[in-house]
Design a protein around this ligand. Structure first.
Ligand code: ADP
Length: 193
């Protein structure tokens, strides 16, 4: 199974991806996690990304496209993967199409977690409060506001992009975690038919 999880910051993409990893033996490819690892390791990509991420802005398309392309070539992706946080712009989605075509892989489904914005602020504040010393440097009110603005302007158009391709499935991300994951499992079964 190859899928994209779509949804704003705080929608629960990471939580649901983790469950899918456990249940379906596929890997989670989170560009946010990969970039944070690059920042920690102070690689050239990390050095370029850090300030942008801290401000809640996007890292340039070609940087993330390159990271994803290389990651998809690793053997653990052969059983399937969940893209979490990528694509985030229409150019990234177009690059992904080309990339998958070149690698002779097909996307099965795009699952969008739909949530209302008031809840997002609360969820991200809670995540920041619970993570103690490990708090993400972009989990503060200012950066979150920026991340939401960026989502609305640059990522939200992907809903329509994938709807047109007949790949989009929407799930109510406001439901309890277990309900959301049951719903995603149903989508999986449908797609696998
Ligand atoms: P969230 O979805 O909770 O905002 P992520 O962990 O997915 O967090 O991403 C954190 C930051 O990493 C983003 O705000 C952005 O700066 C950068 N980033 C992650 N994925 C991408 C991407 N596909 N394109 C550009 N920047 C990205």
């Amino acid at each position: 199974m190859r899928l994209i999880l779509l949804g704003p910051p705080g929608a629960g993409k990471g939580t649901q991806a983790q469950k899918l990893v456990e249940r379906h033996r596929i890997v989670q490819l989170s560009t946010g996690d990969m970039l944070r690892a690059a920042v920690r390791a102070a690689t050239p990509v990390g050095l370029k990304a850090k300030d942008l991420m801290d401000r809640g802005e996007l890292v340039p398309d070609e940087v993330v496209i390159q990271i994803v392309s290389e990651r998809l070539d690793e053997p653990d992706c052969s059983n399937g993967f969940i893209l979490d946080g990528f694509p985030r712009t229409v150019p990234q989605a177009e690059a992904l199409e080309e990339l998958l075509e070149r690698k002779q892989l097909q996307l099965d489904v795009v699952v969008e977690l739909a949530v209302n914005e008031a809840a997002l602020l609360e969820r991200v504040e809670k995540r920041a409060a619970e993570s103690g010393d490990n708090v993400r440097s972009d989990d503060n009110a200012e950066a979150l506001k920026k991340r939401l603005d960026v989502y609305r302007a640059q990522t939200a158009p992907l809903t329509e992009f994938y709807r047109r391709k007949g790949l989009l499935k929407q799930v109510n991300g406001m439901a309890p975690i277990e309900e959301v994951s049951a719903e995603i499992d149903r989508i999986f079964e449908d797609v696998a038919k």
